[in-house]
Design a protein around this ligand. Structure first.
Ligand SMILES: Nc1ncnc2c1ncn2[C@@H]1O[C@H](COP(=O)(O)OP(=O)(O)O)[C@@H](O)[C@H]1O
Ligand SMILES: [Mg+2]
Length: 509
């Protein structure tokens, strides 16, 4: 057969080019295989075309059974004409399939199709490796020509690129989906395990609190939360509310210590319009919390009169507004917190015992941070992440030295102080890593209750700080009988940090 006349050749090339463009915009492997089969059928004027691909182990060939079908046909890679092409790379053009010994009629048997003639070419990727075979069946008129062989080979080489791209995209999508799924799963785990509404801490003491919060989630018992300032009492109160059946009703927090006695009553219970000239009606906190939770912070600071009034509301479930005539019914769950030891307040006559037992159905005690130092790394990192998220800064991290320092400090202000310190460090640091250089002596150290040193007014800040540093180091060394490890810990420094400073101030022996 002679070369094609120029116009016909151009037509074929144009057709192949168009097919290539279509193939390159198809990223889904199944749809791509359908597309290639359809276009090849038109191009070669035959009845069917299929691409067979070798599996990863190169032991099997697989193909879609028919256009548009999701069914997959698999057979041994050595079988049939497609198998032969895939193994040898030869082009095979057979006029009468059933007379060719390489033909495997098992597939016709499976699909119910009757193959007359077959043209098959190898599909090679850009590295020249065979990735499968491209097979056309049953030429409409007569048999496949050499031109058909060339066309199919041209198509196959372009198809290979599109197929590999689609396979790669498919794999990427799958691993991307997997990662997203895994990530979401991990986050769920972390959340379930370590935090109930933001209560962070993996140690026994915090986990006990979390478990207790979980255990009372369905009941509406009163809860008394005790602990020093900044230990997370309000956080826990919110967790109790937001895990309860009242989560969607109001959570109203009132700091009893911040209220002057004269305002307390109207604040708590409300005030009727016109009690005094110019007084507008005001709804009290109890009523604002109706159906929800009222959190009385610093309840130990309430006067005995106020305590009596609150007890009455709890017993009778009504509030009387200042200047009001009819009592108003309220349905409020009470949570209370204090940093005082209420039992000793009772003993001193400062707190009503009956109110105490009423609010203390469940008692949750929050440990001071110095007793749960093991949580400091986790908490510090948590607050750092929070800072970055809120300010939109890219992720930052602490150097191990900083974590050591933070873990060793005194923290009289507990977790609130740690949080503030982390925020300050993050805000001051211009790099992604917060290092010991960013620390200053502002970190509270054990033994902070020494009298504040006198600082001479006219001194420069630098000099004054240096003086204070020297004095504190000297005292810490004295107090620990020159145990550098212990002194460093007290000062919130690493041992090396202490040694460096001792050298700088010539304190080293
Ligand atoms: N276990 C904890 N996990 C995460 N954040 C905490 C934890 N405990 C306290 N905090 C944070 O520390 C700060 C002070 O807590 P807060 O509940 O106001 O303490 P308190 O009421 O005891 O003074 C808040 O920003 C709070 O979110
Ligand atoms: Mg508080």
């Amino acid at each position: 057969m002679g070369p094609l006349p120029q116009p016909e050749l151009n037509e074929k090339l144009a057709a192949i080019l168009t097919i290539c463009q279509k193939m390159n915009s198809e990223r889904d492997l199944g749809a791509l295989l359908d597309l290639i089969a359809r276009e090849a059928t038109n191009l070669l004027d035959c009845d069917r075309a299929s691409i067979f691909l070798l599996n990863e182990e190169r032991t099997e060939l697989w193909s879609k059974v028919a256009l548009g079908s999701e069914e997959i046909l698999r057979f041994e890679a050595s079988l049939g004409i497609a198998g032969n092409v895939a193994l040898t790379g030869d082009t095979i053009n057979v006029r009468d399939a059933y007379k060719d010994r390489r033909f495997y009629d098992g597939i016709d048997g499976q699909t119910g199709y009757r193959t007359r003639n077959v043209l098959a070419v190898a599909v090679r990727n850009q590295m020249g490796e065979i990735i499968g075979a491209f097979e056309a069946l049953n030429k409409r008129f007569g048999a496949f020509s050499t031109r058909d062989e060339e066309s199919l080979a041209a198509l196959a080489s372009h198809a290979a690129i599109a197929i590999e791209t689609a396979q790669l995209v498919g794999e990427l999508r799958r691993s991307q989906d997997e990662l997203v799924e895994q990530n979401a799963h991990l986050w769920r785990e972390v959340e379930i395990k370590y935090s109930t509404h933001g209560i962070i801490g993996t140690g026994q003491k915090i986990q006990q609190v979390v478990r207790l919060v979980e255990r009372i989630r369905d009941s509406l018992v009163s809860v008394l939360i005790t602990g020093e300032s900044g230990t997370g009492k309000e956080l826990v109160a919110k967790a109790v509310h937001y895990t309860s059946p009242r989560a969607r009703r109001p959570f109203v927090a009132l700091n009893c210590a911040a209220l002057p006695e004269t305002l307390l009553e109207s604040e708590l219970f409300g005030i009727e319009k016109g009690v005094a000239t110019g007084v507008a009606q005001r709804v009290g906190q109890f009523q604002k919390a109706d159906g929800g939770t009222l959190f009385l912070d610093e309840i130990g600071d309430l006067s005995l009169t106020a305590q009596a009034k609150i007890l009455r509301v709890l017993q009778e479930r009504v509030v009387e507004r200042v200047g009001g005539r009819a009592p108003v019914p309220v349905d409020v769950r009470l949570l209370a917190a204090t940093n005082k030891d209420l039992e000793s307040e009772i003993a001193k006559g400062n707190f009503r015992e009956d109110l105490y037992y009423r609010i203390k159905v469940i008692h949750i005690h929050m440990p001071p941070l110095r007793d749960i130092r093991e949580e400091i790394p986790l908490l510090a990192n948590h607050f750092l992440k929070e800072y970055c998220r809120e300010t939109g800064r890219s992720p930052m991290e602490f150097s191990p030295g900083v974590i050591r320092n933070l873990s060793g400090a005194a923290w009289p202000g507990n977790i609130r102080q740690l949080r503030n310190e982390v925020m300050r460090l993050a805000a001051c640091s211009r790099q992604a890593a917060i290092t010991e250089d960013d620390l200053w002596e502002g970190i509270p150290t054990p033994g902070h209750d020494q009298p504040p040193p006198k600082v001479v007014k006219a001194q420069s800040l630098k000099k004054a700080v240096a003086e204070l540093e020297q004095r504190m180091i000297a005292e810490a060394l004295q107090g620990t009988r020159n145990n550098q490890q212990q002194a460093a810990r007290q000062l919130g420094l690493s041992r090396q940090g202490l040694i460096n400073k001792m050298k700088r101030y010539s304190l080293a022996g």
